[in-house]
Design a protein around this ligand. Structure first.
Ligand code: NAP
Length: 304
């Protein structure tokens, strides 16, 4: 029997949790609403849709979304200036720079300008390094959401042979490190991997993060494996061809309704965590103030 890893219903329950946490935050914080700032550079319609979905999710949990749109002709410096402004704004707890940015913009420089404490999408080099070392940091939202989904269904990856197909900085690579930190034995495959089918055949857990519809063939996957499909393509197709897998693999993420909804709910939940930490930080600084002083400075560059 195959367990369907229902990301849609887990994401809905995570959102309910986030709503309760946001309500508690507002009541402790004089009604101030936590804000996720999103930056969209250019007018790619898919990116615009993703940003809109993230804004809608903020509103569903009672948070505000501050959507910044920069023209396609914006330079790296324009984007950096916007990020500097958001880093310095104590009312903004999370910053999301929608990926990909236009080719002439230095995406890595822009990601790395985001304060680690506000890096709720887990895109900075510093956040990545901390996560890799098992230190406190917000993980990249998609792999962090996948880890939550596996935990929720009681799938203990410890000792499992995990094969990830795809090594992008936002998905495959952080996925490999998160699985390794959870004691899986990890193989990270990519476009130069030899005998990919053989690698996949040995896996107890397969993560499809290639970006090619139905690229991973069902027959490459062993009986009893756990299959996580992070891909999403037009027509609701993933990176793994599900033909013949149902009933044969132990668990499978449906497309749609598996990994996708977990990404957004993880981003939201990480933003709520950032807001909770900022409030604690403010509390600590207010405690230290001499009586009578009413201003405080929010430390933005502390590690989350
Ligand atoms: P990406 O940046 O394009 O990376 C694709 C990776 O796949 C690269 O590492 C590439 O290898 C590897 N690859 C390409 N062709 C291959 C081949 N023939 N054999 C083995 N590996 C191959 O993609 P991404 O941003 O990580 O996205 C991957 C998929 O996840 C896409 O379908 C995307 O839509 C989906 N996604 C979903 C979410 C979500 O929220 N659900 C979020 C992010 C991404 P090289 O490194 O050697 O080039």
């Amino acid at each position: 029997m195959t367990t369907l890893l229902d990301g849609k219903s887990l994401a809905a329950s995570l959102e309910r949790e986030s709503s309760a946490r946001v309500a508690a935050l507002k009541s402790r914080n004089g009604g101030t609403t936590p804000i996720l700032a999103t930056i969209l550079v250019g007018d790619d319609p898919s990116s615009a849709t993703y940003v809109k979905m993230k804004g809608n999710a903020c509103r569903r949990v009672g948070m505000a979304s501050h959507a910044i749109r920069l023209s396609a002709s914006s330079t790296t410096d324009d984007v950096l200036a916007e990020i500097n402004r958001l880093n310095a704004d104590p009312l903004v707890q999370g910053i999301l720079l929608q990926h990909p940015v236009p080719a002439h913009v230095d995406e890595r420089a822009c990601f790395d300008r985001i304060s680690v404490s506000k890096d709720v999408d887990g895109v900075t080099s510093c956040g990545f390094g901390l996560m890799a070392l098992g230190e406190r940091a917000f993980g990249s939202a998609t792999p962090a959401g996948i880890m939550q989904l596996l935990r929720h269904y009681g799938i203990d990856v410890s000792g499992m042979r995990a094969v990830i197909v795809g090594r992008s900085p936002i998905l495959g690579k952080p996925m490999a490190l998160m699985l390794s930190n959870a004691n899986a034995t990890v193989t990270l495959c990519h476009s130069k991997t030899l005998n990919l089918a053989d690698e996949i055949r040995r896996a107890h857990i397969v993560v499809g993060a290639v970006g090619e519809p139905n690229f991973i063939r069902g027959e490459w996957i062993s009986d009893g494996a756990v299959v996580v499909d992070a891909g999403y393509h037009v027509g609701g197709v993933g990176d793994v061809d599900p033909d013949g897998l149902l009933g044969r693999c132990a668990a499978l993420t449906p497309v749609p309704g598996g990994v996708g909804p977990m990404t957004i709910s993880t981003l939201i939940s990480q933003t709520v965590t950032a807001a909770e930490r900022a409030l604690v930080q403010i509390g600590k600084q207010v405690e230290k103030l001499p009586t009578g002083r009413t201003t405080y400075r929010v430390e933005q560059d502390h590690i989350p």
